[in-house]
Design a protein around this ligand. Sequence first.
Ligand SMILES: C[S@@+](CC[C@H](N)C(=O)[O-])C[C@H]1O[C@@H](n2cnc3c(N)ncnc32)[C@H](O)[C@@H]1O
Length: 442
Amino acid sequence: MLESAAPRRRSPESLIHQILEQQSSLSRPDRALLLELVQGVLRWQLRLDYVISQVSRLPLKKLHPLVLNLLRLTTYQLLFLERIPAPAAVNEAIRLAKRRHLPPALIAFLNATLRRLAEIGRGIPLPEPSADPVLALAVATSHPPWLAARWLTRLGEAGAGQRCQANNRIPPLTIRVNTTKISPSRLQRVLAQEGVDAQPCRFSPLGLTIQALKQPPMSLESYNQGLWLFQDEAAQLVTYLIQVEPGQRVLEIAAGRGGKSSQLASLLGSKGNLTVLDLSHWRLVELRRLLARMGLIEPRALVVDATRPLPIRASPGFERILIDVPCSGLGTIRRHPELRWWRSEADFPRYAARQLTMLRQAAPFLRPGGLLLYITCSTEPEENEDVVEAFLTAEPQFRLHHDPTALPEAARHLLEPSGYFRSLPERDDLDGFFAAALIRKF
Ligand SMILES: C[S@@+](CC[C@H](N)C(=O)[O-])C[C@H]1O[C@@H](n2cnc3c(N)ncnc32)[C@H](O)[C@@H]1O
């Protein structure tokens, strides 16, 4: 769940969800194809545009938006999908253009460009790294040039290439088991009875990887009974770092729809005290619904702008505070391919300022000896170590807490000697998360 510094946009995920709800008669293969086409075009947009631009008589900027999107949609099928014959893909685009009443001249242009793309599209050479390394990486892996340049500078040619390629791989579908109700191994058997093949995750003892979900989750009894929820493995792992114990007083800021709150609540058990804050009312409604479905404690939920003084009592204070700040989300590009086009370099100072403010607003509410866990799903230093370092300079009563034993054994290598937690898509096949546990000394 991500917040943009730019005006809010509907995520493609939620638009697809809405369309699938409206088109309930679509067959399962058609639903899967719709998802594949939308995600594929979003993922490969720059590479598709480059190939189209090598064939199009007109610059892409001058094209009617519907023509450009039909070109992208069809070129994706021609270049990346084996199962749709080229003539079928081209004819479908022309049929759609006619149904949307495009003028005959535009349809003729579309037809000619697509036929040429079907003929030579796969053979069009991409830019050479020796001529322009940034453009070559950007086009080959379909990332915006500013991001390709940033990673080339920071990670070198091999590292940037691996990062961009990992961002284009389809991520595993992972779930977190509600261990207050069932053990992972029993849930595995329950899911098998429901026709779902699930295997233990590599790092998180709470996680299972689902091979393929052929039905909507709501049709599974195990889901409706609150035995599990969708969550990336890295998101499961970072929550371990807060070391919540049963019965503690815990505050979660930017709790969203409750992915991490539900993990906190299950650690707290029935006697814990959980307060959750978020700017979004509807996310907190979903959070409450999730915790109720999972049979967990009811949190105190407040709609709050956490960049401002928090409207809660500072005394007696919390033993644990978790802040999962709004960030660029650039660690989750493999799940949200559109983010690479939505973000820009100018976002970082705005995000960092907001993240530091949220941390500082939270600081007085932590008891001495307590732990404050700062989390982002970003790979970028401006939102990660730079924010933590600025916080530690401004608030000398805090220091970084380095305790690898807080993590499950298989995940301890993700805590660096510096004390920072970092997961990387290219190295770990996890979403890119960053976390820092901060202890209040006095
Ligand atoms: C990364 S998401 C949280 C994800 C959530 N913790 C989870 O695990 O599912 C960031 C959240 O910050 C919230 N947010 C953004 N700006 C905020 C602000 N100024 N005050 C409080 N919450 C804010 C968003 O509504 C969003 O839910």
